[in-house]
Design a protein around this ligand. Structure first.
Ligand SMILES: Cc1cc2nc3c(=O)[nH]c(=O)nc-3n(C[C@H](O)[C@H](O)[C@H](O)COP(=O)(O)OP(=O)(O)OC[C@H]3O[C@@H](n4cnc5c(N)ncnc54)[C@H](O)[C@@H]3O)c2cc1C
Length: 414
């Protein structure tokens, strides 16, 4: 891999940028790999990367039915935080957040990680109690967060209206090292590193069937022909139920569209991420100046990757109470992605009833922030049979009633 550097940019500028090598190869699939990963989103690519980096397993293919990063990884609102309540969640999200801190240097790819700080607003008394409780739990887990009062919220977010008509701002849960990163750069950075290790990323390659022999996974059927493998990982977010059906088991998931929108670009006015769970909306400002606004999930199961008018109306109506200045903004575009929701709002990182087949799914509305940590844990699970990061998130928990309840921490779609 030719390293990116200021010197390389200067050299290529003199050559009219004709000498850049391709960031990743696009080969035709071979007949067999040790590991096949379905889904070239952040989770599939990170799983592949840490299989290679931490365990030396590089005979890996990552199969993608569309284009790399074209699923939820390239559609999310990029919030990164680790202020979850349960110990298992705090461990994996904090591992992830801390990996993000140095990931640009490690991948030699600018992910534009911006630890600008995230506030979750408390706008009811029960939210105040809930977030104080989370701050205490985070202190015990070694995750740095604090509960702040309304004056501090105003200092951090001068454009906020503390005395909204329905829900005044009573404080907030503040994580100073939370923030954002450029979403598709995360997919591209991992893809480049995987390709450099000799792994094959095969786009426009849809998995249409999962083959098994003697109760063990044998390979997959694709629109580019059959591919054999010893181990298979499914990292297909909203399509996890479809792939699980091909493998002959069911997952406790619902697939729904989650929507977001951005405004026209404006001058810098807010340099932190703000989430308002009670009115249900959240907002940050992109480096281009657009206000990035997260809306809600559809109230019915579907696979339509697009936005709808009523979500713009609901989300903007809610946010205008807390941020009156957005009433003057023009909206630029909206979109949707299919998210995979579990009942306890925690992911599934697990072996499955089919030996050799693993799932990485259930991240629902909040799996961008967890990409590095989840990839790290999944790789360990696949290579060694278990990982302290994923142990709490196995499929067994639904049978045994060991839920990792994050319905409060994941209350708004992020
Ligand atoms: C609008 C929106 C806002 C969000 N905001 C945030 C946020 O602020 N912070 C946060 O942490 N998370 C957020 N999320 C959630 C986050 O985006 C996802 O949890 C995460 O990106 C999931 O990554 P993934 O790699 O599992 O899935 P994806 O990126 O969706 O990748 C799965 C891939 O599998 C492919 N695939 C599916 N079926 C097949 C098949 N049969 N064969 C081959 N390939 C297949 C798909 O084409 C897709 O590319 C948001 C999501 C949405 C939609």
């Amino acid at each position: 891999m030719r390293r990116y550097s200021a010197f390389a940019i200067a050299r290529e500028a003199l050559r009219h940028h004709k000498g850049w090598p391709r960031a990743w190869a696009s080969p035709e699939p071979r007949r067999r790999y040790d590991v096949v990963i379905v889904g070239a989103g952040g989770h599939g690519l990170a799983t592949a990367y840490y299989l290679g980096k931490n365990f030396g397993i590089t005979n890996v293919a990552i199969l993608e039915k569309g284009w790399l990063g074209g699923g939820n990884t390239g559609r999310n609102t990029t919030i990164i935080r680790s202020n979850y309540l349960q110990d298992a969640s705090a461990a994996i999200y904090e591992k992830s957040r801390s990996l993000y801190e140095t990931l640009s240097q490690e991948l030699n790819y600018n992910l534009m990680f911006s630890p600008r700080g995230v506030i979750m607003l408390a706008q009811t008394e029960s939210e105040v109690r809930g977030y104080r409780r989370t701050a205490h739990a985070n202190a015990l887990q070694g995750v740095k967060t604090e509960f702040i009062g309304p004056e501090r919220v105003k200092e951090l977010v001068p454009i906020i209206n503390l005395t909204g008509p329905r829900y005044p701002v009573l404080g907030g849960l503040w994580q100073a090292r939370g923030g954002t990163a450029r979403h598709d750069a995360v997919a591209w950075g991992y893809a480049r590193a995987c390709s450099d290790m000799g792994m094959e990323i095969i786009q426009q390659c849809e998995v249409t069937g999962i083959r098994q022999k003697d109760g063990k996974v044998a390979g997959v059927d694709t629109n580019k022909g059959p591919i054999d493998c010893d181990k298979l990982a499914l990292a297909v977010a909203g399509h996890s139920g479809v792939l699980a059906a091909m493998a002959g088991f069911r997952l406790p998931l619902e697939s729904v569209a989650l929507q977001a929108l951005v405004s026209e670009p404006i001058k810098p006015c807010m340099d932190v991420v703000v989430m308002a769970n009670t009115v249900h909306g959240y907002m940050s400002q992109s480096d281009k100046g657009e206000m990035v606004i997260g809306g809600g999930a559809d109230g019915f199961n579907n696979y339509t990757q697009r936005g709808s008018f009523h979500h713009i109306e609901e989300t903007v109506r809610a946010l205008v109470e807390t941020f009156p200045i957005i009433s003057r903004l023009k909206m630029l575009r909206q979109w949707g992605g299919i998210v995979d929701m579990t009942g306890d709002r925690s992911p599934i990182l697990s072996k499955t009833p089919l030996a050799g087949c693993f799932v990485n799914c259930g991240w629902g509305t909040g799996g961008f922030k967890s990409i590095p940590g989840s990839g790290w844990g999944m790789a360990e699970l696949m290579a060694k049979g278990h990982s302290p990061l994923t142990d709490g998130f196995s499929l067994d928990r639904f049978r045994e009633g060991r839920f990792v309840d994050e319905s409060v921490a994941a209350g708004v779609a992020h």
